[in-house]
Design a protein around this ligand. Structure first.
Ligand code: ZN
Length: 56
C-alpha cells in the first residue's frame, strides 16, 4: 500500500506514514460502488458510438 498524502510505499500494518506522518486509513472493501450503475456507462458507450457513426 502507499501513503495517500506523499505516495511513499508503506508496510501493511503501519498506522502512520514514516515519511510525512499522515494517518493511514485502511479502505479495503469498496468494490460495490463501481458496479452499481452499469446502465449509465452503457449509455455513454452508445452515445460515443453514435458520434463515431455521425462523423463518418
Ligand atoms: Zn506519507
Amino acid at each position: 500500500m502507499f501513503c495517500e498524502s506523499c505516495g511513499s510505499s508503506l508496510e501493511t500494518d503501519v498506522k502512520f506514514c514514516a515519511e510525512c506522518g499522515t494517518r493511514i486509513h485502511k479502505n479495503v472493501a469498496k468494490p460495490s460502488i463501481k458496479f452499481s450503475k452499469p446502465s449509465k456507462k452503457q449509455s455513454v458507450i452508445l452515445a460515443s458510438a453514435a458520434v463515431v457513426v455521425a462523423s463518418v
